[in-house]
Design a protein around this ligand. Sequence first.
Ligand code: NAG
Ligand code: NAG
Ligand code: NAG
Length: 200
Amino acid sequence: MIMGLSMTTTSTLFYIAFLTIAAFHNCFYDGSSNIVCFETERQALLNFKHDLKDLSNRLSSWTGQECCQWAGVVLDNLTGHVHEIHLCNPYGNYGTRGEYETYLRNMLGGKINPSLLDLKHLHYLDLSCNDFGNHIPNFIGSIGSLRYLNLSYAGFSGIIPHQLGNLSMLRYLGLCSVFDVYGELELRDDNLQWLPGLIS
Ligand SMILES: *[C@@H]1O[C@H](CO)[C@@H](O)[C@H](O)[C@H]1NC(C)=O
Ligand SMILES: *[C@@H]1O[C@H](CO)[C@@H](O)[C@H](O)[C@H]1NC(C)=O
Ligand SMILES: *[C@@H]1O[C@H](CO)[C@@H](O)[C@H](O)[C@H]1NC(C)=O
């Protein structure tokens, strides 16, 4: 019994140690072990945040210099550039009424600021399960470094901009939508020609 308890405690400590190391690996250190964010990229993220509606304060950590510690932001561990933005709603939209309300409350909304174009090394952008309630901005097709783009269930409606076809590195694209008050995403025939290169 005592053995069992101490095993659990040991694994818990290992787990905490692992989480700590994982958190540090998300940060980029210069020679003097300061955490470095590129100032243009930090500003780009702050401008992006500024135009978002964030009623549940999911982005409250997006403040100060150390953008590697901001929720949903992943820097490349070698170059220090912003590589990934994970802003998928952390709550599922199924289950009880209470869970559904939590899901709704945690939706981000507002405008997608073109400052994202300043993130020249952005590989991964997940904006799924939010409520932007507008057309997909054309400029997303100009974030040429994207490999993964998920705009599913994000409240986008209207015609999918053909500019997304310019994302030549893109391998995963999520564009599921549900019919809601805003209407549905529309894929026009003349859009289809750029789809075959994508896996998903
Ligand atoms: C850096 O990231 C790559 C994948 O992006 C990973 O394979 C590698 O192990 C990481 N290195 C360190 C030191 O965390
Ligand atoms: C993006 O694609 C459109 C055609 O869909 C093309 O006219 C335009 O020149 C492209 N822009 C860039 C920056 O590649
Ligand atoms: C996109 O996001 C939705 C909702 O979060 C998820 O179910 C889906 O698997 C994602 N698509 C890809 C290609 O990762």
